[in-house]
Design a protein around this ligand. Structure first.
Ligand code: SAM
Length: 294
């Protein structure tokens, strides 16, 4: 996840796929094979078989997920809000076309229905074909999962008092994902949640994109009762230090009770991590208060 429009040209750099993370920083993976390269209605899509991370999905030159470490992101975006909500029965996923968030949400037996709204049908198709382990829920099509191809902005604008948890598993604030980082979306999403509802969104690297993280916290704090940042170590994202924002209509996520873990195996999330993820380094606390210069 990065906010810089990047080039990712395996053919231009034989044997490598590259994300340009900042104008002076690139992250490259050695490639065994490019499995797919094409352009959908919305974005450039590459699926590469890499030597370090296995299969990797890139959208518009930005690495989204990989076979080797996808579980960090998907466990942390799903289980942090789901174990915090006392009765998470109805869940909305916006984006999430690779299927990893749906897979993790559906592991919670108290979840009765999951609606997933992904704008790009090609991402879903390619995930089923090349990432069957991440997309296992999309392939199995359980009755509890309803997948729609459409714009998440329109979905929340048309919804009121319906969901316990909304997971915004989106790409960057560029292209189709841009509106998902704006005030109107947070206002609509807050209305789409029931009383006590929670919204989580992945929000980039505090290390490299402090101003963006600062701006999102400000706007979310205006629209929700609470907006709290938490962190996870995600190897393929810029700087490896990734943030998520948890916004609440009810209790403060810092003091809310969490239900203990009751599903296994989990490779990253546990009861202690659920708490520790909200403990922030001093430089992150500072950038939440004061917008850094960029
Ligand atoms: N884990 C990833 C990351 O942080 O890089 C996100 C992965 S998931 C593949 C992101 C998905 O959000 C993409 O498939 C993209 O098509 C979808 N998306 C972007 N904007 C959207 C919108 N407005 N409505 C619904 N889905 C959207």
């Amino acid at each position: 996840m990065s906010t810089v429009k990047t080039d990712c040209r395996p053919s231009a750099h034989a044997g490598w796929v590259t994300e340009v993370q900042t104008p002076s920083l690139r992250f490259s993976m050695a490639v065994n094979e490019i499995l797919y390269q094409g352009k959908s209605e919305f974005q450039e899509i590459i699926v590469a078989d890499t030597k370090q991370f296995g299969r990797v999905l890139s959208l518009d030159g930005v690495f989204q997920t990989s076979d080797a470490e996808e579980w960090v992101y998907h466990e942390m975006i799903a289980h942090v809000p789901l174990y915090m909500h006392p009765h998470p029965e109805r869940v909305l996923i916006i984006g999430g076309g690779d299927g990893g968030s749906a897979r993790e949400v559906l592991r919670h037996p108290e979840v009765r229905a999951v609606d997933m709204v992904e704008i790009d049908a090609e991402v879903i198709r390619l995930a089923k074909q090349y990432f069957p382990q991440i997309a296992s829920a999309l392939i199995a099509e359980p009755d509890r999962l309803h997948v729609t191809v459409g714009d998440g902005l329109a979905k929340v604008a048309a919804t009121e008092n319906e969901y316990d948890v909304i997971i915004v598993d989106c790409s960057d604030p560029i292209g189709p994902g841009e509106g998902l980082f704006q005030r109107q979306f947070y206002r609509d999403a807050c209305r789409a949640l029931k009383a006590g509802g929670l919204l989580v969104q992945q929000t980039d690297s505090p290390f490299l994109r402090g101003a963006l993280v600062h701006d999102i916290v400000r706007v979310m704090s205006d629209e929700f009762a609470y907006a709290r940042l938490y962190l996870a170590a995600i190897p393929i994202y810029p700087s490896g230090m990734h943030s998520f924002m948890l916004a609440s209509k009810g209790e403060d996520p810092l003091t809310a009770l969490r239900r203990p873990v009751d599903i296994a195996p989990l490779r990253y999330y546990n009861d202690a991590i659920a708490k520790a993820a909200f403990v922030l380094p001093n430089f992150v606390k500072t950038l939440l208060r004061e917008r850094p210069q960029e």
